[in-house]
Design a protein. Sequence first.
Length: 296
Amino acid sequence: MPTDSLYRGGDIDFRVISRRLRAGWQWVATSVIAVTVAFAVTAFLMTPVYRATVVFVGADAGRSGVGSLGSSLGQLGGLASLVGANLNPGASRTEESLAVLRSRELTERFIRDSGLMPELFHQRWDVKSLAWRQGVTHQPTLAEAYRYFDERVRRLSYDKKTGLIRLEIEWRDPAKAAEWANELVARLNAEMRARAIAESTASVGFLEKELAATSTLDTRAAINRLIEAQINQRMLANVTREYAFRVVDRALPPDAQDVVRPKKLLMIVLGAGLGLMLGAVGVLLRGAVASDSRAG
């Protein structure tokens, strides 16, 4: 067996490895420098991405005075559920509202109303002509914009213990990231307000018809209490701007140095490590090939 073999007796000979690396240190150094520079250039050329965060909690709209309705709901049975008279939604209301926030309908409407298609697909947009670039055979659709926004731009987290909800928007423009985060919460509150008003109005109309057709005093009294509760809920929705969620901490534009990605220092360190590994492997393989050639 040649004296320069990496293996002796079935074990790796680290002395040979050390000797080859010392002999080929220039190759290793060149690899480290080249890969590190490549990673550094890439890091500095990449467009920085910023993160704006808005923190909010469930506003518990329409929950006050629910306890007095317990007997009314019991008397009316299925009629109460038909008009949505379970006025103690708890976490279900919050989860429903968050589902609406994530929904394709609300997101696409936000993208369309805010004119975000050129923003999201800026590489295909011609700023001078204000049209999609010539040669773009496939213009992006709202469905594609929704997927991109949901997967790459928006992050939503809900801590059930504290009730705190965090909506994060990651974008290359810090001011727009904060603007979009705040606007989404405002739109969600407006959407949930509109839904509550429509539901309460429909419920009151239905209950008034049932009241006119009912002669039992107890049932009429229970229906009247439900009508009153629905009217109160509609009033709250009309006058409460933060109907579904109350903002605890509005999103503000992050500072210029608060970059989410790329992490330049991390990329440079990773480049140096990768360059060291590639250089070492290359030197060892080169030595192994030379050793086999001499042995042959």
